[in-house]
Structure formats: structure tokens, C-alpha cells
Write a protein that binds this ligand. Structure first.
Ligand SMILES: [Zn+2]
Length: 296
């Protein structure tokens, strides 16, 4: 028995050492990104589809925010630094969403930062901190197909700047992806136009730009960016009853408890829509379909 244990322990040590050496050789040879691929880091998964749409097979993309995490509270892991060090471009949503990414970007001073929010008309919102209300810009701007178009143009510009040889390729891809954005925008507009009840309840108010685009109104359960108090919950329930709202939308990154309480009170149900899915176009269509089905 003792022998077997010793042998398996030695084997584990061996594997461990091999992994370390392998990693060292990999780093030494400049691994991490393939030789010809251009390293692009994005903060949140939806932006990765925009970069893929423009960069095609010429880019290698790293997403910083892992699935299930909230960008509002995230803390990056040290292991992500290696990818950031080797990347040429960092694409972020901006408007304060990636307060956690600034630190990482500082380690690579040559990285070209694309801040989508710089080219977008921002919506104002308020948040509560230390008992006080603060006005700030609503960061959920990636959830607008119109903003996505502007983002894709910015990404195309950045890729062409870093890799001018393939500028034509990037331009062609960007045009193609923008065509898809336009087509989906028209499709969603038609789908949501006929809806009579424009109000819906959302746990986390991620949909301000989406609502602006399609003339809808979100009623947030969160109270100025925080868990709601009983008074606010009562108000949301009242609005729901008055407007005959039967569905409460939740985002998978947040605790659905208060949403379930409200759903129970109004005799409705809880539905998940995800603002952070990586398959951007498909997910935006799913969100619109879900809203169209539930609002009527
Ligand atoms: Zn959010």
C-alpha cells in the first residue's frame, strides 16, 4: 500500500513539474497567442462577438469577465495578466462598467484601448452610495444594436491601425456584421412595435438603452443600484398590478429572491434574460422574443 502511495505521489510530482516546465517553455517561445494572431482582450463576453465579427480568424480574443460574474462587482484574477500583457488591443464598454479593468490595463502601456462609450450618447442614471444619491452614466450601453454599430466601427478602426495590412479585410467584415445588426434592429422594431403594454419589471435595470431604442419602459426592482427596501417593493408591486404585468425579468448574475417575492404577489412568473451572453446577435433576438411574448 505504502509503495503504491509513494509511486502515485511521485507521479503527481512529475506531472506537476512537467506542467511548470511546459508552461515555462510555452512562455519562453512567446506562446499565449499564435504567431500571426492579433491578441485582443475584451472586458465582457458580448463584445467578443463584435471583435470576432470584424477580426475574423486574424484575432485571438480573451474575455476578462467570467460567465456568471457581475461586471458591477468583479475582481480580476492575476492569471489574466499574462493575456493582457501580450494583447495589442483592449476593448471595453466604458461608462464606469470596468472600474476593475483599469488596473490590469496599466500593466501593458502599449495596449490600444477602445472605449465604446466614447462614441455613444449616454443615458443618465442614479446610484445610492453611503445613503446619498449620485448621478452617473448608465453603463449598459452594449445592449443597444445602434450602439453596437458604433462599437464595431471603433473596433474596425483599432484593428486597422494595429494591423494596417489587413485593413481591407476588417472593413469588409465590419460592413457585413453591421448589416446583420441593422437587419436585427429592423426585425426587433417590427416585433415590439405592436406591443400595447410598454412597461416591464426587471430585477437589475440593464435595459435602458434597449428601452430607448424600442420605446419600452423598464421598472427596476433594484433601488438605485441596491437591494430594494420594502417600500420600493410595494411600489413595484403596485405598478405591476396597475399595468397588468405578469412577468418579472431577472438577470442570471443577480439574486432573484426579490423578483420571486414580487412574482408571487402579482400571481406572475419569473423569466431570465441575460445581458452578458457571448452570442450577441442571437441573444438580442432571444431577449426581444421573450419581451414580445410576455408583454403583448
Ligand atoms: Zn448591470
Amino acid at each position: 500500500m505504502g509503495k503504491v502511495n509513494f509511486a502515485s505521489k511521485m507521479m503527481l510530482v512529475g506531472i506537476y513539474l512537467m506542467a511548470i516546465c511546459g508552461g515555462a517553455i510555452f512562455l519562453f517561445c512567446g506562446g499565449g497567442y499564435g504567431q500571426e494572431k492579433l491578441g485582443v482582450v475584451v472586458s465582457i463576453a458580448p463584445l467578443s462577438e463584435w471583435v470576432r465579427g470584424v477580426g475574423g480568424d486574424k484575432v485571438e480574443i480573451t474575455v476578462l469577465l467570467p460567465p456568471g460574474a457581475s461586471p458591477h462587482t468583479y475582481e480580476p484574477k492575476p492569471a489574466q495578466l499574462i493575456k493582457v500583457e501580450r494583447a495589442r488591443i483592449f476593448v471595453k464598454n466604458g461608462a464606469g462598467l470596468e472600474f476593475w479593468a483599469d488596473k490590469i490595463v496599466k500593466i501593458n502601456k502599449d495596449i490600444l484601448v477602445v472605449d465604446i462609450s466614447k462614441e455613444v450618447e449616454l443615458i443618465e442614471t442614479s446610484s445610492k452610495a453611503k445613503g446619498k444619491l449620485h448621478l452617473l452614466k448608465d453603463p449598459h450601453l452594449w445592449l443597444s444594436l445602434k450602439n453596437a454599430k458604433k462599437g464595431v466601427r471603433q473596433i474596425c478602426e483599432a484593428l486597422s491601425k494595429v494591423d494596417p495590412e489587413n485593413a481591407e479585410y476588417y472593413k469588409r467584415n465590419a460592413d457585413g456584421y453591421i448589416e446583420k445588426l441593422d437587419a436585427l434592429d429592423r426585425e426587433i422594431r417590427e416585433k415590439l412595435e405592436t406591443i400595447k403594454n410598454k412597461k416591464f419589471i426587471a430585477l437589475h435595470p440593464a435595459w435602458s438603452y434597449f428601452c430607448r431604442d424600442y420605446d419600452l419602459e423598464q421598472v427596476p426592482i433594484e433601488e438605485a443600484g441596491k437591494e430594494p427596501g420594502p417600500k420600493h417593493l410595494m411600489r413595484v408591486i403596485e405598478i405591476a398590478k396597475k399595468n397588468n404585468i405578469k412577468v418579472v425579468f431577472v438577470e442570471p448574475q443577480f439574486n432573484p429572491k426579490s423578483a420571486q417575492v414580487i412574482a408571487r404577489e402579482i400571481g406572475g412568473q419569473v423569466k431570465i434574460i441575460d445581458p452578458l451572453a457571448g452570442n450577441y446577435l442571437e441573444n438580442m433576438r432571444t431577449i426581444a422574443d421573450e419581451l414580445a411574448r410576455c408583454l403583448k
